[in-house]
Design a protein around this ligand. Structure first.
Ligand SMILES: Cc1cc2nc3c(=O)[nH]c(=O)nc-3n(C[C@H](O)[C@H](O)[C@H](O)COP(=O)(O)OP(=O)(O)OC[C@H]3O[C@@H](n4cnc5c(N)ncnc54)[C@H](O)[C@@H]3O)c2cc1C
Length: 399
């Protein structure tokens, strides 16, 4: 019997486990806390659009080991909320079953891949493995008319970051006689449809400046090596097509009773508890929690970290009969990397621009390269930061 079982080793899972460990220490109680995830690392997903994606991870044992969280490398296959049981299978096919007193589901999200002819040729930056495969493909793509042409599908947050960063990555990889080309394809009639009109002028200006070709009101119909066909029947020689459109919560959410939103996230109350399965809390990309009145959290690191801290805190508070904390994240801000054109930083849900260019870029770099990294090896510091009242770490505090 596990007192607290955490599913997932991303930002939400790690901070859930750390916050639970913090409560255990603060209340001087003996509780078993186990985290189960297939990989050995916390993947820094927000950096997977950058070069060298294989570096974007930190070992889970350097976070969980010092604070006494037991880790099991396995993939959860079933959750039985009636019997409070979870089954997982490890890489050798061995099955483990736990019973839990409190469960925190933090199994994250995955890219929704389209069912179109040649979909197997699509690349993505959704996982380390996919981002590494993309980088390898960019280096080894066979010669041909589309050798240095990359089509990025989806001009949402991730597509914009991939396209703008790709301009510089291709310039570094190609020769002086080559003419790299980045084409950004968006089904809607504007870039950044989910970002709204606030940051759009800065984004459009950056795309123009970098020479990214934008095709609005367009999608792709099929892909084959070296060629992509668009929905309007036109074709383009392109060595690489990167799909970024659409993210969905882990299918494990379907095994928990309760209402799910269009992203398959579980509705949770202000304590991040699933009403229909009261021993279950959800955090990160699996949770549809209210961030502010009328605004659900976004599938973002910015929300996954505090969601994890509150879920871990509340799971143990609930076990100990202590008051639970109401989820209350820091004010929403959004910062989109725009490659060599800088970045755009907005604040509030209507995303009014706060800064652009180098100033916003400095903020983006500080967030991505320092602030979202957890402390390593230092139990006191990990437990200190695991407090839901402590925001992301100050820039410059990286290990
Ligand atoms: C390219 C890219 C750029 C991004 N940029 C930003 C950004 O700039 N700002 C921002 O805030 N957010 C950004 N995000 C989103 C952010 O990365 C996610 O919202 C965040 O990682 C969610 O954290 P999570 O812990 O909920 O899930 P994940 O990071 O998805 O982690 C899920 C964990 O669960 C594990 N897991 C999955 N299935 C199982 C299973 N069956 N059994 C056991 N374990 C399982 C996984 O292995 C993983 O350890 C970006 C994402 C991408 C892909």
């Amino acid at each position: 019997m596990e007192d607290v079982l955490v599913i997932g080793g991303g930002f939400a899972g790690v901070w859930s486990a750390a916050a639970a460990a913090r409560m255990r220490t603060d209340n001087d109680v003996d509780l078993s806390i186990t985290l189960v995830a297939p990989g050995d690392d916390l993947v820094i997903r927000p950096r997977l659009y950058e070069a060298d994606p294989h570096l974007m991870r930190v070992p889970l044992d350097r976070i969980l080991g010092p604070i006494g969280v037991h880790r099991v490398a396995a993939t959860v296959s079933t959750i039985d909320t009636v019997h409070r049981a979870v089954t997982a299978v490890d890489a050798d096919g061995r099955s483990t079953k736990w019973q839990y007193r409190r469960l925190i589901l933090a199994a994250g999200s995955r890219l929704r891949r389209p069912a179109l002819p040649g979909a197997e040729h699509l690349h993505s930056v959704d996982t380390v493995e996919a981002a590494v495969a993309l980088e390898e493909h960019l280096r080894t793509c066979p010669p041909g008319p589309g050798r240095w042409t990359v089509v990025v599908v989806g001009a949402g947050f991730t597509g914009l970051e991939v396209a703008t960063e790709m301009v510089g990555r291709l310039a570094e990889m190609s020769g002086p006689a080559d003419r790299p080309r980045v084409v950004l394809v968006e089904r809607a009639d504007a870039v950044g449809p989910e970002l709204g009109p606030g940051p759009r002028p800065a984004i459009t200006e950056a795309l123009d400046r970098l020479g990214v070709e934008v095709r609005l009101g367009q999608s792709i119909a099929s892909v084959e090596p070296g060629r992509v066909r668009f929905a309007d029947g036109t074709e383009l020689a392109a060595g690489t097509v990167v799909w970024t459109a659409g993210v969905q919560a882990s299918p494990l959410t379907a095994q928990i009773p309760g209402w799910r939103d269009r992203l398959d996230r579980l509705r949770v109350d202000e304590h991040l508890r699933v009403a229909e399965a009261p021993e279950v809390f959800a955090a990160g990309d699996t949770a549809a929690a209210e961030a502010d009145p009328g605004h659900l959290v976004l599938q973002s690191c910015q929300h996954a970290i505090p969601l994890g801290k509150y879920a871990g805190h509340n799971a143990v508070a609930d076990l100990l009969g202590l008051p639970l904390a109401e989820f209350s994240p820091a004010p929403y801000a959004c910062c989109v990397d725009l490659g060599a054109a800088g970045a755009v930083l907005t604040s509030g849900w209507d995303r009014m621009i706060e800064s652009t260019g180098e100033k916003a870029k400095a903020r983006k770099m500080a967030t991505n390269r320092e602030r979202i990294y957890p402390p390593l090896d230092d139990a006191d510091e990990i437990l200190r930061v695991a407090d839901y009242r402590v925001g992301v770490r100050p820039a410059g505090a990286r290990i």
